[in-house]
Design a protein around this ligand. Structure first.
Ligand code: 2P0
Length: 350
């Protein structure tokens, strides 16, 4: 019977790690950023969210979301914005083809699993909302492309728009008030520079102390360094970074990545009250990267940190022994590294 039918679609979305950071909203409701950003999408096999979206007339009337087995509140404006936009696209399809089942009127049940710690500064909301949007788009058989879906995912969580694409991905801040031009785009596919690797050092899997949304708005309101970063530094670095990726110039890529991470954390420190995302282990990881690059005589490793103490180290496959090997050795040798050794994840995004 059509009434009892369950409609279902599943998908996965990977984590992305920014090399030019998104930090600051010019419109918190639509998640419109104060600056453009750029990231590398990790491979699906490493850090990802798996999501199944289903709908049925027999479901309880409220939409629901289960993340890692725990019921989540879906009444928030961001989740509601995603549901609303996707339902309205489905409604258009149903209007144009009356033979289609009226899925837009049915309650949604979303079931998501992360294979990594949630909200530990590992971009869980990015993979989460990207998977949620794509799973519902698949369920609704929407024809919208990745760019259009990125506009919707952005409203769930800013960085999620970048996880709709693989490889090297930009997020154009856009200038329109309705956010229609604030979308992600692919700078280059992963196959363009397949030697790129990311080593993720899980310093702490605990939930972050200051949420990104709160932190970035406090930075916008109080940091005197921030306008310089948003208006001058980042626009210049976006161009330099895109060039570095096009030319597969790791020294430039690494240099900009580290400088931008430092700049982002400097504005965090310049926020009042100050935001400390890095800890002693994070700073020790920076020292190890510096030592690796000094020994190599050039930049072969680049660190970056998001809104938490975990380090992501980018390097090329050819330098695996010098970079990942040395980190593993350091982790094994120093007492202070125990926390990393236990949880270190090697993400291979080739
Ligand atoms: C990024 N971060 O570009 C930056 C670097 C954290 C530091 O995007 O409020 O969870 O959901 O739009 O996307 C984290 O912020 O913030 C983030 P919302 P989001 O990856």
């Amino acid at each position: 019977m059509a009434d009892s039918q369950i409609y279902k679609a599943s998908t996965t979305a990977p984590v992305n790690i920014a090399v030019i950071k998104y930090w600051g909203k010019r419109d918190p409701k639509l998640n419109l950023p104060t600056n453009s950003s750029l990231s590398v999408t990790l491979s699906q096999s490493d850090l990802r969210t798996h999501t199944t979206a289903s709908c049925a007339a027999t479901y309880p009337s409220q939409d629901s979301l289960l993340l890692n087995g725990q019921d989540q509140d879906v009444s928030g404006a961001r989740t509601q914005a995603c549901f609303r936009e996707l339902r309205s696209l489905r409604q258009k399809l149903e209007k144009s083809d009356p033979s289609m089942p009226k899925l837009s009127t049915l309650p949604l049940k979303i079931v998501s699993e992360n294979n990594f710690p949630t909200a530990a500064g590992l971009a869980s909301s990015a993979a989460g909302f990207a998977a949620l949007v794509r799973a519902i788009a698949n369920l609704y058989e929407l024809k919208e492309n990745e760019t259009e879906l990125s506009r919707i995912a952005r409203q769930g969580s800013g960085s999620a728009c970048r996880s709709l694409f693989g490889g090297y991905v930009g997020w154009e801040k856009g200038s329109k008030e309705d956010g229609s031009d604030s979308v992600a785009y692919q700078v280059a596919p992963a196959s363009h520079w397949p030697q790129m690797r990311a080593l993720i050092l899980v310093v702490s899997a605990a939930k972050k102390g200051v949420s990104s949304t709160t932190g970035m708005q406090t930075t916008v309101a109080t940091s005197s360094l921030f306008p310089q970063r948003a208006n001058e530094t980042v626009p210049r670095r976006m161009k330099e970074m895109e060039k570095a990726i096009q030319e597969k110039d790791f020294e430039a890529f690494g240099n900009i990545t580290m400088m931008d991470s430092n700049s982002f954390h400097a504005t965090c420190l310049d926020t009042y009250p100050p935001i400390f995302y890095l800890n002693d282990v994070s700073r020790a990881a920076i020292k190890v990267v510096e030592a690796i690059n000094v020994v190599a005589g050039k930049i072969i490793a680049a660190y970056t940190f998001d809104a938490g103490p975990n380090a992501v180290i980018y390097y090329l496959k050819e330098n695996e022994a010098e970079v990942a090997g040395l980190f593993k050795a350091a982790i094994g040798e120093k007492e202070g590294w125990t926390g990393i050794r236990g949880d270190a994840v090697l993400a291979n995004n080739g």
